[in-house]
Write a protein that binds this ligand. Structure first.
Ligand SMILES: *Cc1c(COP(=O)(O)O)cnc(C)c1O
Length: 407
């Protein structure tokens, strides 16, 4: 039986072992060697659509792709037993040193860092309190102050612990809102430009009243300096996603800051049970993968990366603009995915298709391409593209715009 035929045969045989007794000479021996021949492709097997990610780091699209070093770390560590608390201790120390924080822990994403950090602030080292969360009826401190413009969906991570968010707008209102029930002051970095109170003032008021401050900077690297900037400004707790631009495991994030608060947060996290964080598990693979990912991220050449993004942007915009009536705009949001974003729009009397229609055609094409926007134009980011994919995006976009163009 030829190699090619064998692979075909194995793909229809229910089990490799079924080959025994087929009467075909040599098939059993060949089947024993089968794993090397027929590498399993589960994505194909299940008929899952893969695509070029020209959209960005979205949870719904599985966010980012891990580097080989991270995947190797996951594969290697998966072969050994270790004590999970020892992994957290060692990795926590390393990450804290890299980020100029007192202490750090790896969490199941930034959301989990928000929950566990808040839990730590509420319970400190009191295990009885840990077991009570989210029932705060016997707690003195039950409120978290947030600026009105920061009070968006992510606050649900905090309310998981039982706290009540208290909205304020000005520094004066903030001072008035602080009372004996105030447990924490929370800052959402992506809303930073919208709020009346900026980072430094927020932290200063927190310190003045001895109220811990926490910042959610989930999607706020790049720039890499943000990994230590908010620790240095003096936030007591800093929460960041591991699986966005840092390309760590998607189910990992980091909680860093004051040593006593990180120790307290760990009481609400696995491996301990009987707490609100027991379901937010990160195993050794993700913790070690996160460690390797953040180290790689900090040490990489960020200027070179930015230049590469600009080259990709130039390629895609120049190619789109060749179609009559098409224009492009490039912006870099100051926060929340601070990377170049292209918006492609067109005169619909010259290109007879809506942005949604072109978007759908890119999705349905081969290879499939995901983009964002769709109302007034198509939004494209280039930081999640694999090398070379920018050429495919440029070509496919130009093709679809040309097809729709009135000749
Ligand atoms: C993505 C995001 C989160 C959640 O982070 P995960 O790592 O997915 O848990 C929280 N806050 C903000 C602002 C985010 O952008």
């Amino acid at each position: 039986m030829k190699r090619r035929d064998l692979i075909k045969y194995l793909s229809v045989a229910p089990l490799a072992g079924a080959a025994v007794g087929t009467g075909i000479p040599g098939i059993a021996e060949a089947a024993a060697a089968a794993p090397a021949l027929a590498k399993r492709d589960v994505i194909k097997e299940l008929g899952l659509r893969t695509f070029i990610n020209a959209a960005g780091t979205y949870t719904t699209m599985t966010a980012s792709l891990m580097h080989d070093e991270v995947v190797d770390t996951i594969n290697e560590s998966a072969k050994h037993f270790v004590m999970i608390n020892e992994v957290q201790d060692k990795v926590g120390e390393k990450i804290a040193a890299m980020c100029k924080a007192e202490a750090a822990m790896v969490t199941a994403g930034c959301w989990s860092a928000l929950v566990l950090g808040t839990a730590g602030v509420l319970t400190r080292m009191d295990r009885k309190k840990v077991a009570l969360l989210p029932d705060l009826s016997t707690f003195e401190k039950t409120e978290v102050i947030v600026q009105k413009t920061h009070n968006v969906g992510y606050v649900h991570a905090l309310t998981n612990t039982g706290i009540k968010p208290v909205e304020i707008e000005t520094a004066e209102e903030l001072e008035k809102a602080i009372n004996s029930k105030t447990a924490m002051m929370w800052f959402l970095n992506s809303s930073g430009p919208l709020g009346k109170i900026k980072h430094e003032e927020w932290v200063a008021i927190g310190k003045k009243h001895n109220i811990p401050t926490m910042i959610d900077m989930a999607a706020d690297v790049p720039p890499v300096e943000n990994l230590w900037k908010y620790n240095q400004i003096g936030f007591d707790l800093v929460c960041v996603s591991g699986g966005k631009a840092m390309a760590g495991p998607q189910s990992a994030g980091i909680l860093m800051g004051r040593k006593d608060l990180i120790a307290a947060a760990r009481l609400s996290a696995p491996p301990s049970g009987g707490n609100i964080g027991r379901g937010m598990k990160v195993n050794k693979e993700e913790i070690l993968g996160m460690y390797v990912a953040i180290e790689k991220y900090i040490n990489q050449d960020h200027d070179k990366e930015w230049k590469m993004w600009e080259d990709r942007v130039a390629l895609i915009t120049n190619s789109a603009k060749k179609v009559d009536g098409v224009s492009t705009k490039v912006e870099v949001p100051p926060v929340a995915n601070h990377t170049p974003k292209i918006t492609v729009s067109w005169d619909q009397t010259k290109v007879k298709a809506t942005p949604r229609e072109i978007q759908k055609r890119l999705q349905d094409g081969s290879p499939s391409i995901e983009t964002m926007g769709g109302r007034d134009g198509i939004d494209i980011t280039v930081f999640m593209l694999k090398p070379g994919e920018e050429k495919i995006v440029a070509r496919r976009l130009q093709e679809e715009l040309t097809k729709a163009a009135v000749s």
